[in-house]
Write a protein that binds this ligand. Structure first.
Ligand code: ADP
Ligand code: MG
Length: 472
């Protein structure tokens, strides 16, 4: 539940309003780099029965999104409107995604200079052209909007140093830390800074996933020479989330050569990952050692002071009066990461705007129920299965078994329902925990329980008892 925007009233959200909300949620979920590389290129076409129909600019992008993101899109759509349980993607070559790109709720502050952003190009054909390789930069992700605290001061100082210097001092700069802690923000900030100061320098920023996609595409179109050329003539190369290419041998090999070629020419490389170079499983040893050659800076989990500072700065940016009590409450409660913290503030703002209410503590607790719970205590699916099995007097093994008799099928459905509502696991994840079932089975179970709850009082009581037993 944590990843989806809540239904802002109890009504399901109208199909045509779904897409911007899904985009917002998926952006929180997959991170800025992957969002900008892929999902931003999709746009809403129509709703057909239970299916949301989206368009992608090329077949290749469509296939990529289908393989990597379709389940997540389906799940988010379903969370927002339980009549939508399918998502189709078609190819529409000549249109751009701008039409339905959601506008961020927190107003962007413009980058330091008003120049055209030459990286804001969209890929609309299958031919690689020079600007295709860099992903768009988020105008909000600049140094001025980055709040510095104990946990990120080293990474910040290193990023500033690289952005300010005209000579390569450490190569690569390797930034690492958990999700949602500001790696992408710092990389974008470096890119903006260099570009504004020295527009002649060629700065390329992209996710490792997109690097792989471009490489595969070059192989497919027998265009690897052009591919190599493009990467080897940049001044500053930034690759975000490099852990993505761990275990992907030929992409890693290509990346290794690109890396070496650039280092040899004294060009700056900036890399981010979720772990330190030596902890990157699935990365070849020579790659690990290369990645650790320059400056390695880690970002630690946030502190209370940093979280509060960030909330204050975001509230200021969107010029909304939010009581300090609410901000303190959030800083205290949402401890997982900054992306979630920002997401919670966005939700409150969206809610306040849509229903015209003041943001106070009571409303905050109501709107952010699921997030607060997830941050309070991480309930596991195992615990849920055990509690449900005890309550209905069935065996825990029946939660995984293929038996379909009502005696075990209903408790299993209740357990899936609770798993969806009390944990942050995705539908496919939940399916796997229930004997390798498909996510559509889980979706069906949740709908069934939802339906039954309106007529079956004893089921409502069962769920209340189970929730208490699980201490929510
Ligand atoms: P990561 O790449 O580490 O997963 P991001 O850079 O995408 O995380 O950060 C997640 C969100 O939090 C972004 O919207 C980003 O702007 C914001 N954010 C992260 N760190 C800070 C910070 N120190 N100050 C302000 N905003 C931040
Ligand atoms: Mg990131």
């Amino acid at each position: 539940m944590q990843d989806a925007m809540p239904s802002l009233s109890n009504q399901p959200i109208a199909p045509e309003s779904l897409w911007p909300l899904i985009c917002d949620a998926i952006r929180q979920k997959v991170g800025e780099a992957a969002y900008q590389s892929w999902l931003r290129q999709l746009y809403f076409l129509k709703c057909e029965g239970s299916a949301l129909v989206l368009a992608a600019p090329t077949r290749f992008i469509k296939d990529w999104i289908r393989t990597h993101y379709l389940d997540q899109i389906k799940e988010l759509a379903y969370n927002l409107n339980n009549r939508i349980y399918d998502v189709e993607i078609v190819v529409r070559a000549n249109e751009t995604s701008q039409i339905s790109a959601p506008s961020p709720i927190i107003a962007p502050s413009p980058p330091a200079s008003g120049q055209e952003n030459r990286f804001f190009t969209q890929t609309t054909s299958d031919n690689v052209n020079e600007e295709d390789i860099s992903a768009p930069l988020d105008p909000r992700m600049v140094f001025d909007n980055f709040v510095v605290g104990k946990s990120n001061e080293l990474a910040y100082a290193a990023a500033r140093r690289v952005a300010d210097s005209t000579q390569v001092q450490f190569n690569p700069l390797f930034l690492y830390g958990g999700v949602g802690l500001g790696k992408t923000h710092l990389m974008h900030a470096i890119a903006w800074h260099i570009r504004n100061r020295d527009p002649q320098r060629r700065v390329i920023y992209l996710s490792a996933e997109k690097f792989m996609y471009l490489f595969i595409r070059a192989l497919r179109f027998r265009d690897t020479v052009a591919f190599k050329e493009q990467f080897r003539t940049v001044d500053v190369l930034m690759i975000d989330d490099v852990q993505f290419i761990a275990g992907k041998d030929s992409t890693q090999e290509e990346f290794f050569h690109t890396f070496n070629a650039l280092v040899d020419q004294n060009r700056q490389i900036i890399i981010s990952a979720d772990k330190s170079p030596s902890d990157l499983d699935g990365m070849e040893d020579r790659m690990k050692s290369r990645l650790g050659w320059g400056l390695v800076a880690d970002i630690h989990p946030t502190t209370y002071e940093l979280r509060l500072g960030i909330l204050q700065s975001k509230a200021e940016q969107c010029q909304t009066d939010i009581s300090p009590k609410v901000l303190e409450f959030l800083a205290h409660k949402i401890t997982s990461n900054i992306r979630e913290l920002e997401g919670s503030l966005n939700r409150l703002l969206a809610h306040a705007t849509l229903v015209g209410r003041q943001i106070n503590l009571e409303m905050t607790q109501e709107v952010l129920q699921d997030l607060l719970r997830a941050n309070d205590r991480r309930i596991t699916i195992d615990e849920i299965q055990k509690a449900v099995a005890d309550h209905y007097n069935v065996r825990v093994a029946d939660m995984h078994s293929a038996r379909r008799s009502r005696v075990v099928a209903r408790p299993r459905q209740v357990a899936m329902y609770l798993a969806k509502n009390l944990t942050t696991h995705s539908l496919p994840d939940i399916g796997r925990k229930f004997g390798g079932r498909d996510h559509t089975t889980v979706m069906h179970a949740i709908r069934k329980v939802d339906e039954l709850k309106s007529t079956d009082i004893s089921l409502v009581e069962d769920i209340a008892i189970l929730m208490r037993a699980l201490k929510c």
